[in-house]
Design a protein around this ligand. Structure first.
Ligand code: NOJ
Length: 551
């Protein structure tokens, strides 16, 4: 079997603004990341993915880039970046950058030029249309709310934006634009970075603009549109001349299309699918539906088993904390954080840990809308008020759903600002940093942090956990996620109770002949049976993995 570094690797996502502030201005920075490389090394990760650190007016925290080849001053300098790259590499940690090429900032020179006149050479780098009867060209809605069209007076036309109006979409039909984008990509790769996470890439092609909006899924007209593969193949050609990893952010891509996107010869090495996490979930959720969750994960596992590769994740900077959403942030916080960890980590694919997830960091209880930074959340808050909700009701919804839950500063220790900064951070620190923080967990042998460390170590030592096939067992069970990972000489059985009730299990007869030879590999409770039993009970959020060595 061909061994590939990014298949064996574990990634760690860094949201630089909230990771570590080295200069006391309340904003995390590149030198802060540098300071914490030894922590990441000890955790055992092989690469970091850093969210955008490029020059940006920060309307969408760096996802509105005004210069692709400059570092935002708040984060440091290009020299700081180069130093970070050197030091990370010295420690054997690779560096993946965020590539935002669906849109730029409205402050990018391409756009400030494009706005000037219809004849400007950069005009066609963006998407412009005439209005109809003084109204926007279509009724399509943007992901961050409002119309996708913004009127530009100078030339009396509208430009298109899938996200905020300050994030005009690039026109992928323009040859010169693509050449400029590809040159920028090569510039970064020639610097020696190890790959990209490619932002919002399923949006680069749009449907015919005169079509009416799709009310079910507002992004449907500009998400994973037929023909997008042509652009993605061109992009892949640029990546193909480097030994790098690519992970596309692919909202709207279904498991049926998985192979095109993340197959052996897919557009990317792997993609972040959105099915198990829920696409841009904005409203308060119903009860966590374990069956659908399992089905979504297993669908992607089967779709790519032997055919491609998955990116595995439970959190990122856009969604609330997994322990609060899928686990329990009360009495079962630690055990549920560990259960979720084992559940996704041992699937087939490259696991990504989002900063703080390894501590079981939770959602924040925001006490006022003034504590919220995310522009989409502010927009929804306003909409809720318009619908007649009280401020308190609206805040409750926002507090549970905002992506700022993931963006509160990293909890390094129990001090006032969580050891993240010496001055007041740009976003409020979760007061539970007093109980949940890295310093304390480094001292406790059974902490969530040490559990992650073990998961990483075990995965590295196991052929089955990296390359083994996936097979789900007890798929109808409404509490347990049970699956088998099988390589030639090793099998691993993972049993996870995803519910807060105890759960009985009875394993299928098919694996009975292997009874008694399965040894406990890892458990999140101290007293799990050391040998696999064919029937038994798992405590709330109990998770166990058993190993069978031999053919
Ligand atoms: C997806 C990113 O993860 C998110 O943070 C951002 O707001 C949008 N793309 C727009 O770039």
């Amino acid at each position: 079997m061909e061994k590939i570094w990014w298949k064996e690797a574990v990634g760690y996502q860094i949201y630089p603004r909230s990771f570590m502030d080295s200069n006391g201005d309340g904003v995390g920075d590149l030198n802060g990341i540098r300071e914490k490389l030894p922590y990441l090394k000890e955790l055992g990760v092989d690469f970091i993915w850093i969210n955008p650190v490029y020059e940006s007016p920060n309307v969408d925290n760096g996802y509105d880039i005004s210069h692709y080849q400059e570092i935002l001053a708040e984060f440091g300098t290009m020299a700081d970046f180069d130093q970070l790259l050197v030091e990370a590499h010295q420690l054997g940690i690779k560096v993946i950058m965020d590539l935002v090429i669906n849109h730029t900032s409205d402050q990018h020179e391409w756009f400030t030029e494009a706005k000037k006149s219809k004849e400007n050479p950069y005009r066609d780098y963006y998407i412009w249309r005439d209005g109809t009867d003084g109204k926007p060209p279509s009724d399509w809605q943007a992901i961050f709310g409002g119309s996708v069209w913004t009127y530009e007076e100078t030339t009396d036309q509208y430009y298109f934006h899938a996200f905020a109006k300050e994030q005009p979409d690039l026109n992928w039909e323009n040859h010169q634009l693509k050449q400029d984008v590809f040159a920028m990509i090569s510039w970064w790769l020639d610097k020696g970075i190890d790959g990209f996470r490619i932002d919002a890439i399923s949006h680069i092609k749009k449907d015919a603009f005169h079509l009416p909006a799709d009310l079910e899924n507002i992004a449907a007209r500009y998400q994973n549109i037929t023909g997008i593969g042509d652009y993605l193949k061109e992009l892949k050609q640029v990546f193909d001349s480097y030994d790098i990893m690519t992970v596309g952010e692919a909202s709207g891509v279904t498991a049926e299309e998985a192979e095109d996107w993340a197959g052996h010869d897919g557009y990317f090495d792997m993609i972040f699918e959105f099915e198990h996490i829920g696409l841009w979930k904005k409203q308060q959720d119903k009860q966590f539906d374990i069956r659908s969750f399992k089905q979504a994960l297993s669908r992607w596992q089967y779709a790519l088993d032997g055919k491609g590769w998955n990116a595995l994740y439970m959190e990122n900077h856009d969604v609330p904390r997994s322990v609060s959403v899928f686990g329990c942030d009360g009495e079962y916080r630690e055990i549920s954080a560990k259960a979720l960890a084992m559940m996704y980590f041992f699937l087939q694919g490259t696991p990504f840990i989002y900063q703080g997830q390894e501590l079981g960091m939770t959602n924040m209880k925001f006490s006022s809308i003034d504590q919220i930074d995310a522009l989409d959340s502010k927009h929804i808050y306003q909409e809720l008020l318009n619908q007649g909700k009280s401020e308190k009701e609206a805040l409750t919804v926002i507090s549970q759903t905002t992506r700022d839950n993931a963006r509160t500063p990293m909890q390094w220790d129990a001090s006032t600002y969580g050891g993240f900064s010496e001055s007041e951070p740009w976003l409020v620190v979760n007061p539970n940093t007093q109980q949940i923080n890295a310093a304390e967990q480094l001292e406790q042998p059974d902490s969530v942090l040490h559990f992650y460390q073990q998961l990483i170590r075990l995965r590295k030592e196991s052929q089955a956990l990296v390359y083994g096939h996936f097979e789900e067992l007890l798929s109808e069970d409404e509490q347990l996620y049970v699956y088998l990972r099988s390589a030639e000489e090793e099998q691993i059985l993972v049993l996870v109770n995803l519910s807060s009730e105890s759960a009985d299990y009875q394993l299928p007869k098919a694996i009975k002949q292997l009874d008694k030879e399965w040894q406990l590999l890892l458990s999140n409770l101290p007293k799990a049976a050391s040998q696999l039993e064919m029937t038994g009970t798992l405590a709330p959020f109990e998770a166990r993995a058993y190993r069978f060595k031999g053919k």
